[in-house]
Design a protein around this ligand. Structure first.
Ligand SMILES: Cc1cc2nc3c(=O)[nH]c(=O)nc-3n(C[C@H](O)[C@H](O)[C@H](O)COP(=O)(O)OP(=O)(O)OC[C@H]3O[C@@H](n4cnc5c(N)ncnc54)[C@H](O)[C@@H]3O)c2cc1C
Length: 355
């Protein structure tokens, strides 16, 4: 049986663990932090909003991969330990003007998505708002994952399948076939997968040079109170609003180069002001705000594939939740030397090394 050691138990490492186990590997997952990650801690996956939104403002050559990953979410959910943490209620995208809305609509149609233009009253009804919204497009192919619930559920699922998960194991050194922790434990494997988010050290980067391409971008998220029922995610021009299992959040700032997770009240106020201006009288601060650090790649798409003597699954930027199931599929194909589809190969680290 192939032995695989994975470093990092964010959403990417956890999905890789489950997928590799299904493929028949004996999997050990090592995590530096404690079990039960908090949105206030360093794990980006726990701080995220959790939208599974395939469309961004700017069209990209990799959109089909996002659609493929959303499809995997739908296929993997039935019966999974985390099933009650994921919904597929779609998203309402409000664009700046009618032309912009039309372009967005055409792009969604071109991709074969379930999409419809909403008049102002329909948008209000769909989101359960008081205010009518102009230039709104409904995308049915969109979902939401509650980060806390799904991270916990994924760890439960992995353990139930036989994955060994060890917390408080800070990996200091890596070779092709072994991983060493800060307390001098050695874990041997036939393959090593690094999924450290934005937190790779110099030593990890020496083992996997692709990790050098991953840079931080801080993002604030603010919990709010609202009477809006939501269901679908709301993507307004200057913020988004998402209902999760236990809260509603608005987000998120984009602050490149920042590793600190200090909550900056001016950023929180700016998000709240944007939400209050867009939906007068409908949004109040709930009292919690936090900041997470996204692992950004130069083009905003993940870096997945061989680097040095190991495999990397990192740099998921703003879409790590959405793209984690597909990442796991690709990593499993690399580890078991299965065929790599051209669209998957396009995410390999070599795309940066060639330029
Ligand atoms: C504010 C915000 C909002 C976001 N919203 C969304 C969204 O709506 N939808 C979406 O799809 N994505 C969203 N994202 C992006 C998404 O959260 C990330 O892309 C994704 O979580 C990255 O997952 P990861 O597993 O690679 O990294 P992480 O979740 O950071 O996990 C990496 C793990 O590796 C561990 N680790 C690192 N180094 C070591 C080591 N040496 N030894 C052992 N363990 C180690 C860390 O402790 C950590 O637990 C958001 C991010 C932020 C910050």
């Amino acid at each position: 049986m192939k032995k695989v050691v994975i470093v990092g138990s964010g959403v990417v490492g956890l999905f890789c663990a489950v997928r590799l186990r299904i493929a028949g590997a004996q999997v050990t997952l090592l995590e530096a932090e404690a079990e039960h990650p908090s949105p206030f801690g360093p794990i980006a996956s726990a701080a995220a909003a959790g939208m599974l939104a395939v469309l961004d403002a700017v069209p990209s050559p990799h959109e089909q991969l996002a659609i493929e990953s959303l499809k995997l979410w739908r296929e993997l959910r039935p019966g999974a330990e985390w099933a009650d943490g994921v919904r597929f209620d779609g998203g309402v995208h409000v664009r700046a003007n009618a032309d912009d809305a039309q372009n967005f609509f055409r792009n969604a149609q071109r991709l074969g998505l379930d999409v419809s233009a909403l008049n102002a009253g329909q948008a209000r009804k769909r989101l359960g708002l008081s205010k009518k919204l102009e230039n709104a497009i409904f995308v049915g192919d969109e979902g939401t994952a509650d980060p806390q619930r799904v991270l916990t559920g994924l760890a439960m699922q992995a353990r139930a399948m036989g994955v060994v998960i060890e917390y408080h194991r800070d990996v200091e050194n890596v070779t092709q076939s072994a991983v060493m922790t800060h307390d001098n434990r050695v874990y041997e494997g036939d393959a090593v997968v690094l999924a450290p988010g934005v937190w790779a050290t110099e030593k990890l980067m020496r083992a996997a040079p692709a990790l050098k391409h991953v840079q931080p971008a801080k993002g604030h998220v603010v919990a709010v109170e609202t009477d809006a029922t939501l269901g679908p995610n709301l993507h307004a021009p200057d913020f988004y609003m998402v209902r999760r299992r236990e809260d509603v959040v608005i987000g998120a700032t984009m602050e490149p180069g920042r590793y600190d997770r200090r909550v900056d009240e001016s950023k929180v106020d700016a998000l709240l002001d944007a939400a209050r201006a867009f939906l007068p009288g409908e949004v109040k601060a709930e009292g919690r705000a936090w900041a997470g650090i996204r692992p950004m790649s130069p083009d905003g798409w993940p870096v997945v594939g061989p680097s040095g003597d190991v495999f990397v699954a990192a740099g998921h930027s703003r879409n790590g939740w959405l793209l984690a199931p597909l990442t796991a599929e690709i990593i499993s194909a690399y580890v078991f030397s299965r065929e790599i589809e051209p669209a998957w190969a396009a995410l390999a680290p070599s795309r940066f090394e060639a330029s």
